[in-house]
Write a protein that binds this ligand. Structure first.
Ligand code: PEP
Ligand code: MN
Length: 287
């Protein structure tokens, strides 16, 4: 009988710590001198994958110049095909750390495997849990033991509730520094790579106190759709964006089709700054 009660209780309390009822105030996450919260709008930008020291340094300077406050770049890549570029591994993490050293931009990078959590946490300022691992509960439990901020991407087929329960694993395990990131879901539509669910943004703002970011790069898969959806995300109330930028998208080892070149990224950032004024949002820029 106890088991049945336990199940009922678990179902009712499927998530609690992440809920708005539990904490009315928006979560604030301090990363070096940056605060991620609902007051300031942050843009994380960089290549899908770290490909070389030169590539990540060039991109880091370009996105910083345009106003990004964090550098992204995958060293461990979750590729759909085993024949695709899998990432540089620890070498890539070292290049990211060098780029941070030179530019001062904190770095965001993905961990895919429980065995790499310590290694990735050593280099990263924000650990990314990718869409394909949103429900990798062992990975979530391992990451929950660290205080390091985490950006938890939405699973390709995850409901908001499933996503919030995944975030709950992190808070329940002791890590309150969680950012949610909408990156598109799988629908019948295949013109775009995924269907970016922007309604998730205001819905999550009601349901949870956690910051909500949007990734219009994976959310659309097409670079010409990135800027419009980035602006729509800000208008919908997102707290920040994660955008793929490559110095030469045509030559990118992964996700070139959805990557912006530095010039187009800078133009988008200008537009976002204008929109931020209308939305009464502050957009932070590093000196
Ligand atoms: C990425 O950010 O490069 C990535 C693989 O994202 P997602 O997990 O959302 O597909
Ligand atoms: Mn990518």
């Amino acid at each position: 009988m106890g088991g049945l009660n336990m199940d009922n209780k678990t179902e009712q309390e499927s998530y609690k710590l992440v809920s708005r009822e539990y904490q009315r105030q928006d979560t604030q996450i301090a990363i070096k001198e940056n605060i991620i919260d609902s007051n300031q709008f942050h843009v994380i930008a960089g290549p899908c994958a770290v490909e070389s020291k030169e590539q990540i340094l060039e991109t880091a300077w370009a996105v910083k110049e345009a106003g990004a406050t964090f550098l992204r770049g995958g060293a461990f890549k979750p590729r759909s095909s085993p024949y695709s570029f899998q990432g540089l591994g620890e070498e890539g993490l070292k290049y990211l750390a060098e780029a941070r050293e030179e530019t001062g931009l904190p770095v965001v990078t993905e961990v895919m495997d429980v065995r790499d959590v310590e290694l990735v946490a050593f280099y990263a300022d924000i650990i990314q849990v990718g869409a394909r691992n949103m429900q990798n509960f062992f990975l979530l439990k391992e990451i929950s033991q660290l205080g390091k901020p985490v950006i938890l991407k939405r699973g390709q087929c995850a409901t908001l509730k499933e996503w919030l329960m995944a975030a709950e694993y992190l808070l329940y395990g002791g890590n309150p520094n969680v950012i949610l990131c909408e990156r598109g879901i799988r629908t019948f539509e295949n013109y775009t790579r995924n269907t970016l669910d922007l309604s998730a943004v205001p819905a999550l703002k009601d349901l949870t106190h956690l910051p909500v970011f949007v990734d219009p790069s994976h959310g659309t898969g097409k670079r010409e759709l990135v800027a419009p959806m980035a602006k729509a995300a800000m208008a919908a109330g997102a707290d920040g964006l994660i955008i793929e930028v490559h110095p030469n998208p045509e030559k990118a080892c992964s996700d070139g089709r959805q990557s912006l070149n530095p010039k187009d990224f800078a133009l988008l950032m200008q537009d976002l700054r204008r929109l931020a004024q209308v939305m009464a949002r502050e957009m932070v820029q590093k000196e």
